[in-house]
Write a new protein. Structure first.
Length: 329
């Protein structure tokens, strides 16, 4: 399921005579990761009540969250008798992904009436605010996190990165730079590097953004440029709001976005021998909106299925130019 091979996972699941809780949870999670929320809900409803546990609830709420199934999520959440910290956090994430911030904040407030604040809930809220580019709300959440979790440096660093990205996406590069300098001063310059991996002819290759380390870099960038020209002719307009830093000398919006690690991995697949009919990529961070839109067009123009597993879910880009996440990422 985590490799995007849902049909294979389904066949194995159906071969089990009496699935236990682990088997059910694994299959529900596989559906959820691959944005098959309705299938996940159907299997959850077939799962015997006595087998369900906290992991079951987290898996099914995540599946609803990733597929935008709000009514189903609320229905299942309300049925859960013992709502643990992780279960509530998952529901907060679901509401935040759908930009229902008042409901998400209310859930957090209700939880904190009897419990200590939990930083992961606020990170879920902040992530949703970043996706909706709500600068004021993001600053409000970040300030509250600074007040509530002064010693949780890892989450504060991550929250600062999100806040910085929001400012950059809105074109406020001075504010973004100020936030970046404050973060470096307080937490150091440690930021997770974006990486993408792909396997071609039995070889696993790794790329970073703007990577020049591969011996065939010239060919890779030439192919990336050809692909960019094709998607632009097809109507794609590069979205500069996904660039989180000022452009350097000799850089353009197109050159920066087309050098993202997943775009280089896609280009590499096309320079390796015959035309591929299937490309698989794994990325350690979330795919940006511009790469997501471009990859839909690449799959359609080049008639190749592309499966991209990012930190959030598994995207299935089909040859008709759509993605399994239905742009809900």
């Amino acid at each position: 399921g985590k490799a995007g091979l849902v049909k294979n996972a389904q066949q194995i699941f159906e071969s089990v005579n009496q699935p236990d809780v682990i088997t059910y949870n694994a299959m529900i999670n596989a559906y959820g990761k691959n944005r098959m929320g309705l299938e996940a809900v159907d299997l959850y409803r077939k799962m015997p009540n006595n087998l369900r546990n906290e992991i079951s609830y987290i898996c099914i709420l995540n599946a609803c969250s990733h597929s935008g199934l709000l009514d189903e999520a609320y229905s299942i959440f309300n049925e859960i008798y013992h709502k643990t910290q992780q279960v509530i956090t998952t529901m907060v994430d679901c509401l935040s992904r759908l930009f229902l911030f008042d409901e998400a904040k209310q859930l957090i407030e209700d939880y904190e009436k009897c419990n200590a604040p939990y930083s992961v809930m606020y990170m879920a809220l902040l992530s949703g605010a970043r996706n909706s580019r709500q600068s004021h709300l993001s600053q409000e959440i970040y300030k509250r996190m600074q007040l509530l979790f002064p010693n949780e440096k890892h989450h504060l660093r991550s929250a600062s990165v999100l806040l910085c990205n929001i400012s950059s996406s809105l074109g406020d590069h001075e504010e973004a730079q100020a936030l970046r300098l404050d973060r470096i001063k307080e937490f150091g310059n440690k930021v997770q590097v974006g990486l993408s991996w792909t396997e071609v002819n039995g070889e696993v290759v790794q790329f970073t953004a703007h990577d020049q380390s591969h011996p065939r870099s010239k060919e890779i960038y030439a192919e990336a440029q050809r692909i960019s020209s094709e998607v632009v002719k097809y109507g794609h307009v590069h979205d500069a709001s996904w660039i989180t830093r000022p452009l350097r000398e000799h850089e353009t919006v197109e050159s920066v976005l087309c050098s993202h690690s997943e775009r280089l991995a896609i280009a590499f697949n096309f320079i390796e021998g015959r035309k591929p009919s299937f490309i698989q990529i794994t990325k350690n961070l979330r795919v940006c909106g511009d790469c997501h839109q471009a990859t839909k067009l690449i799959a359609k123009i080049r008639q190749v299925e592309i499966v991209l597993r990012d930190a959030n879910c598994i995207h299935h880009f089909s040859t008709n130019g759509t993605c399994s996440c239905q742009d809900h990422f």
